[in-house]
Design a protein around this ligand. Structure first.
Ligand code: NI
Ligand code: MN
Length: 225
C-alpha cells in the first residue's frame, strides 16, 4: 500500500482497489496541494469534527460517493448532510474490503464548524495488508497509548507534535516509547504559526530515546509500506 501525506493531519492510503482519506483538510489548508478528483476515494475516516480534520469530508463524499466512517454522533451528522456514512464506536473492529479499523480513545474535544458537539474525538488504528497503522488524530499524551502499544502493536505511529492544541514533541517522544512502532511519523505541526515545531530536534530525540525510525513526510510525500 501507499501512504501519502497531504499535510497537517491529512493522509491518503492507496491499496490495490481502494483509496482511503483520513481527516481530509484540503481546501483552506495552507500546506496541502492535493486534487481529490485525481485519486480514487472509496472511504473517508474522521478522527473528530474540528475544521482542520473534518475539512472537505462532506463535499468529497458527495462528489465521489465515498462512505464516511466516524464516531456514531459525527457519522449521524454527516448522514444529515446527505452523504453515505457509517457510525462506529470506541474499541470495536470495523471491517472493510481493504482491512479493518478500530476507533480508540483520544483526549481532546470534538465539535463541528457550526458548533454542534458530535461525540468524542478518536485515534484510528488501521490494519491493512498486514500492516498496523496508528493515526492518533488530535490528542494529549494519555495512558491508553501504553495499552495500545501493548495490545495492538502498531508498526507505524502517526503522532501530533505541534503542541498548543495537542501533545507537543516531548510528549510525542514518550508516546513513541509507549507505542513502540518501527516507524513514527510526526503530523499537526507548522501548518499554522501556533503549532510550529523544531522537527529535526524531534527526529533526533525520538531516534535516540526509542527504537523507532522517524520519517518526516512533506506534503505529497509517499511512503510504500
Ligand atoms: Ni482538534
Ligand atoms: Mn487539529
Amino acid at each position: 500500500m501507499e501512504l501519502q501525506f497531504i499535510g497537517h493531519s491529512s493522509f491518503y492510503i492507496k491499496t490495490a482497489e481502494h483509496g482511503i482519506l483520513i481527516d481530509p483538510f484540503i481546501e483552506g489548508n495552507p500546506v496541502a496541494d492535493f486534487d481529490f478528483n485525481a485519486h480514487k476515494i472509496t472511504d473517508i475516516l474522521l478522527t473528530h469534527a474540528h475544521a482542520d480534520h473534518f475539512g472537505d469530508a462532506i463535499p468529497i463524499a458527495k462528489k465521489t460517493g465515498a462512505t464516511i466512517t466516524a464516531i456514531f454522533e459525527l457519522a449521524n451528522y454527516c448522514a444529515k448532510k446527505g452523504v453515505k456514512s457509517q457510525g462506529a464506536n470506541i474499541g470495536g473492529r470495523v471491517k472493510f474490503p481493504w482491512g479493518s479499523i478500530r476507533l480508540l480513545n483520544a483526549v481532546h474535544s470534538s465539535s463541528t464548524p457550526d458548533g454542534e458537539y458530535v461525540g468524542p474525538p478518536v485515534s484510528i488504528f488501521l490494519e491493512i495488508e498486514g500492516k498496523k497503522i496508528f493515526h492518533a488524530g488530535d490528542t494529549s499524551l494519555h495512558s491508553d497509548l501504553k495499552m495500545i502499544g501493548d495490545v495492538y502493536l502498531p508498526d507505524v505511529a502517526i503522532l501530533p507534535v505541534g503542541d498548543f492544541y495537542t501533545m507537543g514533541a516531548e510528549e510525542a517522544v514518550i508516546a513513541t516509547k509507549w507505542l513502540y512502532p518501527e516507524i513514527v511519523i510526526p503530523m499537526h505541526f507548522n501548518t499554522f504559526d501556533v503549532i510550529s515545531a523544531d522537527i529535526a530536534k524531534f527526529k533526533k530525540k525520538v531516534e535516540v530515546d526509542t527504537s523507532a525510525k522517524c520519517i518526516i513526510m512533506n506534503p505529497n510525500d509517499v511512503l510504500t509500506l
